[in-house]
Design a protein around this ligand. Structure first.
Ligand code: NAD
Ligand code: TYD
Length: 332
């Protein structure tokens, strides 16, 4: 299969690109704007693999999309602005990329008659105190990030209903693993712990997330792309849920630090208390997650320990300014 993978230079998209090239023998054209979150370093293992190509461009730019799409049989869209805190501080790019960008890709898929997979998130359902969200749960996003992702999902479904586009949506829970930009909870805490920086816990730290190892989520996306029914949504959640405080405690233990690094900071506005996803529908298609949280977290800490070449340029660059703006203090 020849795939157009949008946002393939980011955390999950680069994992998916690696899997499709190396495990499935697919051809992959990556289209990516290379925002702060996208890096060609994420391709270091596949740069010379036959069938891989990279095009620098934005998904909201119809000419760039038209230039990248030639010969492709399907579009898989990972490209997005993805961080909730940035969506609160500066929502503009979220509307452009997640909204207009998705629309531009849908138009291209429609024109060329391509299959389309939209990568989405459990955050479109909002927060849940007890039980788990299914694909039939109402959409109730809380942040500008999740609201723009919800808008994109609705647009995708409208292209199925109105134009018969062969579109599917795969909604994942919180991903973690190698190559994740350190603004997100797990890599932020790992790198701060390794450096001896304080570990900023929002509110009471009792918010719960459903953690999925990035390779498991990427495989779920491949599975839905191959076996999903057009017009349908598939949730792919991880095997374990964990309150943030416990995530931080585990990271402290794995990095050999102590709890004196923990610092309670002002809560995120509109902070969702708990996410939980039922994955019965995608499990019935034959996918299941294989990595438990304890094992995946240990693997992730080891990866960050051993791959300073990947994160040192990030942590010494623009990220430092972002960190100061967001947390009101500098990194070591
Ligand atoms: P990321 O922030 O690591 O990467 C996003 C990628 O998109 C980057 O390579 C960036 O350069 C690219 N990009 C941004 N704007 C673009 C534009 N206008 N045109 C082209 N490329 C653009 O994100 P991620 O964590 O890998 O998430 C990928 C997808 O998975 C997103 O759609 C996100 O909503 C979804 N998702 C993420 C998680 C998670 O926990 N990280 C969970 C569920 C779903
Ligand atoms: P995050 O990785 O931003 O993912 P999301 O908000 O999309 O679930 O955050 C995960 C959880 O960790 C969330 O409850 C917010 C919390 N958090 C902190 O307590 N401190 C931090 O510095 C960050 C980035 C997140």
């Amino acid at each position: 299969m020849k795939l157009l993978v949008c946002g393939g230079a980011g955390f999950i998209g680069s994992t998916f690109t690696r899997q499709r090239l190396l495990e499935h023998g697919d051809e992959v054209v990556v289209l990516d704007k290379l925002t702060y979150a996208g890096r060609e370093d994420n391709f270091h293992e596949i740069r010379d693999t036959p069938g891989f190509s990279f095009i620098h461009g934005a998904i909201e730019d119809s000419a760039a999309v038209a230039g990248a799409i030639t010969g492709c049989e399907a579009i898989v869209n990972f490209a997005a602005e993805t961080h909730v805190d940035r969506s609160i501080a500066e929502p503009d790019a979220f509307v452009t990329t997640n909204g207009k960008g998705t629309y531009t890709l849908l138009e291209a898929a429609r024109k060329h008659g391509l299959r389309y997979l939209q990568v989405s998130t459990d955050e479109v359902y909002g927060s849940i105190e007890k039980g788990s969200f299914t694909e039939l749960s109402p959409l109730a996003p809380s942040s500008p990030y999740s609201a723009t992702k919800t808008g994109a999902d609705l647009l995708v479904q409208s292209y199925f209903h109105t134009f018969g586009l062969e579109a599917v949506i795969c909604r994942g829970s919180n991903n973690y693993g190698p190559y994740q930009y350190p603004e997100k909870l797990i890599p932020l805490m790992i790198l701060n712990a390794l450096a001896g920086d304080s570990l900023p816990i929002y509110g009471d730290g009792q918010q719960v997330r459903n953690w999925i190892f990035v390779e498991d989520f990427s495989r779920a996306i491949g599975h839905v792309l191959e076996h999903g029914t057009p017009g349908e949504v598939y949730n792919a959640g991880g095997p374990d849920e964990c309150p943030n405080l416990e995530v931080v405690e585990r990271i402290i233990e794995l990095t050999g630090r102590d709890s004196s690094l923990m610092e309670y900071v002002t809560d995120r506005p509109g902070h969702d208390r708990r996410y939980s996803l039922s994955s019965d529908k995608v499990r019935a298609l034959g996918w299941e997650p294989s990595v438990r949280f304890a094992q995946g977290l240990e693997q992730t800490v080891t990866w960050y320990r051993e791959n300073g070449w990947w994160w040192e340029p990030v942590r010494s660059g623009d990220y430092r300014e972002y960190y100061e703006r967001q947390y009101g203090k500098s990194l070591r």
